[in-house]
Write a protein that binds this ligand. Structure first.
Ligand code: NI
Length: 182
């Protein structure tokens, strides 16, 4: 059942392309890929499986990271130890955002970036995302804090943007005064 996914490295140029809108209903193949991503991301956040399958922990993946240029994102959020919420959004759009910005204090990571890139990435503290679920129903998700960062990071992938593109080269780190750091 468990298949280790071939996640593309940042050097692959396809990651810089803009993914295409998905026509609904979703194909069987896309649904299968979504299930595999959910399993992968969940296992990667469970220490026992992470070790067993030599996975890098990650909470989000977009289809383009598998070389599939479709606007589909998957986020598996460990909201409590050992408890996970899955978010799958097809054709996601940020329809509103807070004015308040935040950044992950440790910086961001990405399953396609196999190195440390130091620096803070400014993100909206809260976003509302609209799109469709796997059954083609319209959905709206309100995300805050770490989950908000994850949505913005994954939606960036659909537009060919990697997190470090947003790090200010001249001033890679914010102070607590300048930015609320998580
Ligand atoms: Ni990423």
């Amino acid at each position: 059942m468990f298949r280790k996914l071939d996640i593309l490295d940042e050097k692959e140029k396809v990651l810089r392309q803009v993914s295409k809108e998905v026509k609904l209903p979703l194909s069987k193949e896309d649904k299968k890929t979504i299930d595999e991503i959910i399993t992968y991301l969940t296992y990667s956040q469970i220490p026992e499986y992470e070790k067993k399958y030599e996975l890098r922990p990650g909470m989000g993946l977009s289809f383009v990271q598998l070389g599939i240029l479709k606007r589909i994102i998957v986020i598996v959020d460990e909201y409590e130890e050992g408890k996970f919420d899955n978010y799958v959004v097809i054709n996601p759009v940020i329809v509103s955002n807070s004015t308040e910005m935040i950044a992950a204090s440790e910086g961001e990571g990405c399953l396609s970036v196999n190195r440390e890139v130091p620096g803070h990435v400014a993100r909206y503290a809260r976003v509302t995302v609209e799109g469709y679920d796997v059954d083609g129903n319209k959905i709206r998700i309100r995300a805050r804090e770490e989950l908000s960062i994850a949505f913005q990071h994954e939606i960036d992938h659909l537009n060919g943007i990697l997190f470090y593109d947003r790090i200010d080269k001249n001033k890679p780190f914010y102070t607590e005064k300048e930015m609320r750091l998580l």
